[in-house]
Design a protein around this ligand. Sequence first.
Ligand code: FES
Ligand code: FES
Length: 160
Amino acid sequence: MNVPIQLEINGKSVAQEVEPRLLLVHFLRDVLGLTGTKVGCDTSQCGACTVLMDGKAVKSCTVLAVQADGSQITTIEGLAHDSEYHPVQQAFWEQHGLQCGYCTPGMIMSVLDLLQKHPQPTEAEIREGLEGNLCRCTGYHNIVRAVQEAATRLQAEPVA
Ligand code: FES
Ligand code: FES
């Protein structure tokens, strides 16, 4: 039996009936077509599926869609405005923090959470904050630089 849920996704109200077993990541990708959020492992290790739920980074493969009822979700699709990248996206682009880009949406959502907790993070804080996000391409060095640049950009032009 399907269950009605209502939530806000990227600022838009969404009401839908879902199977109680449906994972949030599949709800976002398969029901709503928000395919920026990726599935990399399904065992809650890779972080490719990370989204913000009420402002906190969560691995959406570990959350049921029904658990997200009443919450505010932000996915990578919710970050750019008026064709302008969010400062964290811009920093990843400028510092070559991505190669294939598969991990990048989840990485960026985790970075947003990290920078809320540590607006000017040390390298150690960045590496620790991104421990739950795996990248198979970049070796993390440029990702760390991207986070440092993102922190600087956000200090200069905070984003709501
Ligand atoms: S798909 Fe969720 S952690 Fe890998
Ligand atoms: S950029 Fe390819 S997995 Fe991270």
